[in-house]
Each structure stands twice: as structure tokens, then as C-alpha cells.
Design a protein around this ligand. Structure first.
Ligand code: F6P
Length: 328
């Protein structure tokens, strides 16, 4: 065991459903082990600006079901500078914190690692992003909720698409990764899914739409990951396909930030609770510079460095094959 007496916790980068549940878990696990907790508002920016609040078990009541992050989140430019990080360190030490839990994505982990390397301050990461694009964990917090939000939207669009025999391009978030698009596409029964991990051309797209048409498919749902490079964007895709066949009646829906909000699913709530416990207890065991993850349904640790640098995409290529089979 270490001498840690106060743990600081922050959320950073794009918010994700389940972040509140993770803060709650970090707070309650700390209190359980008689450790104080310091909440940091607005991510690293709050550390630089001394924007702290003490948290206890009751401060995190009625939070498990709430989307977003009550500590708020930010992408701090100042923390990218050595002066910013120094100020953050001095503030944290003055507030009595001796370890830090960072809930966020790979950009947030890069900051955490740098912070540790410069000041030797113990840090632990919890992956929170709807993109699921972090190496070292099968699932990130918020991904399951976003997936269900997208599928619900696709279901609704399907109702109107089939009523009008229309084709819909639906743009789904995910930054450079296709997890959200591929899985929501399979779950929502998409006729075609375009993801950055599998390059396809405009000609291929048009020919597949033609084949579907000849098979008697009256409407088409085409899910497009925002990072896909088949066209410039969904509007360009629509324009191109329309030009090839003006008979198609095409609409575009960009789901946008609706995918980031909403109450977390039970999966994300349980995952957040498990990850928070592991993060705090690992710090108390003297560990630092790790990210908590879930692999084969076991909560484990991956060195932050590995999580940031990544490796091969963890996207299962078999899912691409499954999507193709399901859309015949
Ligand atoms: O990383 C989460 C995410 O929602 C991505 O899917 C998306 O590309 C990006 O954040 C949007 O960022 P912002 O909220 O800054 O517009």
C-alpha cells in the first residue's frame, strides 16, 4: 500500500455517457478506503485554473443514470505547454492531492503520461469515449450507449425510408474509427456500411446500390462513419449517387452530437463502476501510468503508453463479413 491520502479525478476530451458513473465509482471506492477525493472541473484546464471541489460519497448521488459529466469536460490548449502543466501540478499539490484519475480518450492519456513523466505524479486512466478507439480495452465507456442511440435512430429512419422507398445516408460519429458505424449498421440492418478500416470506391458503392435495386430492395439504409473516405462527406455521396441515377430518392441524416448524450446503458454503468474500483485500488497498490480496461470480461490494466500508441485496430474483420452476409 502507498501513502496516498487524496485522489483527484477529472473528465477530459469529448464527454461520453457513463463518465458520471465512473466519477461516482472513483469517489465511493476512495471513501470506502478512507481516501479523500478532489473533483477537478473542466479537465486539465480546471487543474490549471484551480477549479476544484471536494467530493464525498453523497456528492455523487443521483448520478449513475445521468449522461454527460457533472465535472464538465474540456480540451485544454494550456495543458499542452510545460508552463500550463507546471501550474496544474502546483495547484494539485497545494490542494493536497497525491494521485490523479483521468477519465477520457487517448489525447487525455497523452497529457496524463506527460504529467507523470515531468512530476512523478501517480496517474491512472479510465477510457471514456463513444468512439471505442482505444487500444487495450474491448470497450470504452459510452460506446455501448452511443451504439444503442444510433440503432434507435436507424430504426426510426427505416420507418420513413421504407414508407417512401427512399435511400438514406446516415452519418455516424467515431472520429477515425468505424466501431460505431459497423456495429450500429449490423444492429440496424443497414444495406451498406462505409468505414475507414475498409476502403471502398464511389463506383463500388453505386454498383452495390444497383445490385440491391435489382434484387427488389425498395429502400436502402447506408451507414457512413464520419472518418470514411469513400466520398468527401455524406452530402457528396448523395450528390454522386444521385448523378449516376437521378431516379433514386435520397436523403441524408447526420446524427451528430445526439450520439454523445443520454442516460448510459446498464452495460456502461456497470463497466464504469468496475473501472472506477480498479483505478482507485490500483493507485493504492502503488501502480501508476496504466489505463484500466476490460478484456474477456475481466478488468485489467494496460500501460498508458501502449494504450496511446495503439497497435493493430481491434476492429474484428469478421464483423465486416457478417455485415456483408446480412445485407444480401
Ligand atoms: O471523440 C468523440 C467525438 O464525438 C467524435 O466521435 C467526434 O469526431 C468528435 O468527438 C466531435 O468533437 P466535438 O465535440 O469537439 O465536435
Amino acid at each position: 500500500m502507498t501513502n496516498i491520502k487524496k485522489i483527484a479525478v477529472l473528465t477530459s476530451g469529448g464527454d461520453a455517457p457513463g463518465m458520471n458513473a465512473a466519477i461516482r465509482s472513483v469517489v465511493r471506492t476512495s471513501v470506502y478506503h478512507n481516501i479523500e477525493v478532489l473533483g477537478v472541473y473542466r479537465g486539465y484546464q480546471g487543474m490549471i485554473e484551480n477549479d476544484f471541489t471536494p467530493l464525498d460519497a453523497r456528492s455523487v448521488r443521483n448520478l449513475i443514470n445521468r449522461g454527460g459529466t457533472f465535472l464538465k469536460s474540456a480540451r485544454s490548449k494550456d495543458f499542452r505547454t510545460p508552463e500550463g502543466r507546471k501550474k496544474a501540478y502546483e495547484n494539485l499539490v497545494a490542494a493536497g492531492a497525491d494521485a490523479l484519475v483521468v477519465i477520457g480518450g487517448d489525447g487525455s492519456f497523452t497529457g496524463a503520461l506527460l504529467f507523470n513523466q515531468e512530476f512523478g505524479f501517480p496517474v491512472m486512466g479510465i477510457p471514456g469515449t463513444i468512439d471505442n478507439d482505444i487500444y487495450g480495452t474491448t470497450y470504452t465507456l459510452g460506446y455501448d450507449t452511443a451504439l444503442n442511440t444510433v440503432v434507435e435512430a436507424i430504426d426510426k429512419i427505416r420507418d420513413t425510408a421504407s414508407s417512401h422507398n427512399r435511400m438514406f445516408f446516415i452519418e455516424v460519429m467515431g472520429r477515425d474509427a468505424g466501431f460505431l458505424a459497423l456495429n450500429s449498421g449490423i444492429g440496424g440492418g443497414a444495406e451498406k456500411i462505409l468505414i475507414p478500416e475498409q476502403h471502398s470506391t464511389l463506383e463500388e458503392l453505386v454498383s452495390e446500390i444497383e445490385i440491391n435495386h435489382n434484387k427488389g430492395k425498395m429502400s436502402n439504409i447506408i451507414v457512413v462513419a464520419e472518418g470514411d473516405t469513400t466520398g468527401k462527406n455524406v452530402f457528396e455521396l448523395k450528390k454522386y449517387v444521385e448523378k449516376q441515377n437521378p431516379d433514386y430518392d435520397i436523403r441524408v441524416t447526420v446524427l451528430g452530437h445526439i450520439q454523445r448524450g443520454g442516460a448510459p446503458t446498464c452495460f456502461d454503468r456497470v463497466l464504469a463502476s468496475r473501472m472506477g474500483v480498479k483505478a482507485v485500488e490500483s493507485l493504492l497498490e502503488g501502480k501508476s501510468n496504466y489505463m484500466v480496461g476490460i478484456n474477456n470480461d475481466k478488468i485489467d490494466l494496460t500501460p498508458l503508453e501502449k494504450a496511446i500508441k495503439g497497435g493493430e485496430s481491434k476492429l474484428d474483420p469478421d464483423l465486416i463479413r457478417i455485415a456483408e452476409i446480412m445485407s444480401i
